[in-house]
Design a protein. Structure first.
Length: 255
């Protein structure tokens, strides 16, 4: 799973599709900030917290990547998981991922989406002008995450490019090297440091993107991998709502 074995952190043909489709642009300089603390909410509490206020709010939805997300890396990732977990463990892992997505789909279906006031931000979606094409292609390929984005869009949500294309290219290159034929399954300290530094750069960029585009009285919905800590870089006036509870702090990164 994404937050445990490290293997699920590399979804990607989602990143590959994004890299291939987007026009490369220079990243926006990051800006700091601290997100407001939050807690898990029941559906009615969640609706009440997002409607009828002039403040900026962000629904934080930690995601985990499915087998469909892995693309050409899927066979290598499955092989490493099989050697680590065994066949029964692999089945349990897949069932857990499926349950998580069922719960995410339930939560999203209960979110209020007043047309024109909700912006959706997505892990791995570059700021490039071709966001709609990317989401449509991935949804058509069976990605549950991107199907949810289209459903929210139909309900009136605005789809937002979220990440730096340049940083996504770097992540794709690291993932490809890590799962290339003959690559060791062991974590190289140098590679781990590179991944951690890149993850922090991405978090800063995503936080700044939300800070700059989420307007007063608007709500945002952020679909983000479990390893991320975007809230560290949000403006202090943004109230963060955690329908599924706040993400766990990643070892080696301060909360």
């Amino acid at each position: 799973m994404a937050g445990r074995a490290g293997l699920g952190a590399y979804r990607k043909p989602a990143v590959k599709v994004a890299v291939q489709r987007c026009v490369r642009r220079r990243p926006v300089p990051p800006r700091g900030g601290v997100g407001s603390p939050g807690r898990a909410l029941r559906p009615q509490e969640m609706k009440n917290s997002l409607v009828g206020s002039g403040t900026r709010k962000l629904v934080y939805l930690p995601i985990i990547h499915t087998a469909a997300d892995m693309g050409t890396l899927g066979a290598s990732i499955r092989g490493r998981k099989l050697s680590t977990l065994g066949r029964q463990g692999l089945k349990v892992n897949a069932a857990v991922v499926d349950k998580i997505w069922e719960e995410l789909e339930r939560v999203v279906s209960n979110l209020p989406v007043p047309p024109g006031t909700v912006r959706v931000y997505q892990d791995g979606l570059p700021v490039c002008g071709r966001e709609q094409e990317i989401i449509t292609e991935l949804a058509g390929a069976g990605h549950r995450n991107h199907r949810l984005l289209l459903k929210l869009q139909v309900r009136g949500a605005m789809l937002m490019g979220t990440e730096s294309p340049e940083l996504l290219v770097e992540e794709y290159q690291l993932a490809t090297a890590a799962f290339a034929p003959g690559a060791s399954g062991r974590t190289d300290p140098g590679q781990k440091q590179l991944r951690d530094m890149l993850l922090e750069k991405r978090d800063r960029y995503i936080g700044d993107r939300i800070n700059r585009t989420l307007g007063a009285g608007e709500s945002g919905i952020l679909f983000i991998g479990m390893l991320h800590q975007v809230t560290k870089y949000l403006d202090p006036d943004i109230e963060v709502v955690y329908p599924l509870g706040p993400p766990r702090a990643r070892p080696g990164r301060s909360a």
